[in-house]
Design a protein around this ligand. Structure first.
Ligand code: AOF
Ligand code: ZN
Length: 365
């Protein structure tokens, strides 16, 4: 049984926020719980960019009961006029007497000013309750608002010996149904999904989100320096927008053919290969704040080497594939010394049926 205290209500607010993960676009996920005299009187979550913030929904539900109440908010109430008016003014207007916050808003337009404004109005403010959980929950927003670059999660499904296909190139399926559903949930939670053209050529994936309930499709992003994506590729269908990343050297008539099929072609750099840093910046300006990187091995290696991978979700099936030249999840030159290997921090493991997912954060970037 969870003890009834500030953390209890904050956990509820975090759970409300978590439910909306993937549907707030470039905005953070935020939850709010309003409690008056030992009773929950309002609940809310931010559900969509441009629509009400969490506090607004919860205060609307609380109505007159908000006066003298405590509001639990997973993110510092905003102090600026964005697409909606400032939440701290609304909390003040409703006569809330105490505000408990998990994380300070890293948005430079807010960044502590919301808390200061509440205090100035005589409201008791406590910040930092379940702060670490809140930071993980909004890790993508936190990176994007500071850098303008999308938060990149590398996902791969492989054998215990790190293979993503057999020596003949056969790859369906490595992991079981539960792990694959987890992957589709990851797709729902990201605003972009990225693969290399080799994956398009080898597997002809659709790169949409398919679950037992309707879910959101991320924008599909193909790294394709020579524009070799076939016009019949399923990734070009109308299920979701498609962005093809290429270089200034790529053939314009090929680019035009892709555009005619509805794809956006972005030229990043004038080198042999796509300038991945420039590409991430371009995606950021298009409002893609999180990217699920689904390989293959060469693109995974290049993204890691460029220091562009923020997090990894490595799904392992309990199989050994062998095969001298069988494709591996990470193909890049790699270091000479073991001590220079890429190390993960904050590692955790979760099981899905017979498979395991190792989650961690590349730390030597
Ligand atoms: C809150 N509560 O529920 C959210 C906040 O353009 P807007 O008006 O939606 O503002 C977006 C910014 O507001 C976003 O970058 C972040 O700083 C904050 N989000 N703040 O008080 C919420 N979603
Ligand atoms: Zn707000």
């Amino acid at each position: 049984m969870e003890i009834l205290n500030d953390e209890y209500y904050m956990r509820l607010a975090l759970n409300l926020a978590d439910g909306a993960s993937g549907q707030t676009g470039v905005n953070p996920v935020v939850g709010c719980v309003v409690v008056k005299e030992g009773r929950i009187v309002g609940l809310g979550a931010h559900l969509k960019r441009g629509e009400g913030h969490a506090e607004v929904h919860a205060l609307n539900m609380a109505g007159e009961q908000a006066s003298g109440a405590t509001a639990y908010v997973t993110l510092e109430p905003c102090s600026h006029y964005g697409q909606t008016p400032p939440c701290c003014e609304r909390l003040i207007k409703e006569g809330v007497s105490r505000v408990v916050v998990a994380a300070v808003d890293p948005n430079p337009l807010v960044a502590g000013q919301g808390l200061a404004r509440l205090r100035e109005a005589g409201i008791e403010v406590l910040a930092g309750v379940l702060e670490a959980e809140a930071a993980v929950q909004n890790e993508a927003f936190n990176k994007f608002i500071r850098t303008g670059l999308p938060f990149v999660t590398l996902k791969t499904a492989m054998s215990l010996d790190g293979r993503i296909a057999t020596r003949t190139g056969h790859s369906r399926w490595i992991t079981g149904a539960a792990a694959r559903e987890a992957v589709h949930t990851l797709r729902h939670r990201h605003s972009g999904i990225m693969v290399g053209v080799q994956t398009v050529l080898a597997d002809d994936p659709e790169l949409t989100t398919r679950l037992s309930v309707p879910a959101l499709h991320p924008a599909r992003i193909i790294v394709d320096s020579k524009l070799n994506t076939p016009i019949t590729a399923r990734v070009l269908n109308e299920a979701a927008p498609t962005i093809v990343l290429t270089t200034l050297r790529a053939d314009e008539s090929r680019a035009e053919r892709l555009r005619q099929l509805g794809a956006e072609v972005l030229r990043c750099g004038d080198g042999e290969r796509v300038d991945l840093v420039a590409a991430m910046r371009e995606l950021g300006t298009r409002g893609i704040s999180s990217v699920l990187l689904e390989g293959g091995g060469v693109l995974n290696g290049a993204m890691l080497e460029a220091g562009l991978v923020d997090k990894v979700n490595l799904f392992y099936a309990p199989i050994i594939v062998g095969g001298e030249g069988a494709p591996s999840a990470f193909s890049y030159v790699g270091p000479n010394e073991m001590s220079a290997a890429l190390r993960l921090s904050g590692v955790s493991m979760q099981s899905y049926g017979d498979d395991w997912c190792v989650t961690g954060y590349p730390s030597n970037r």
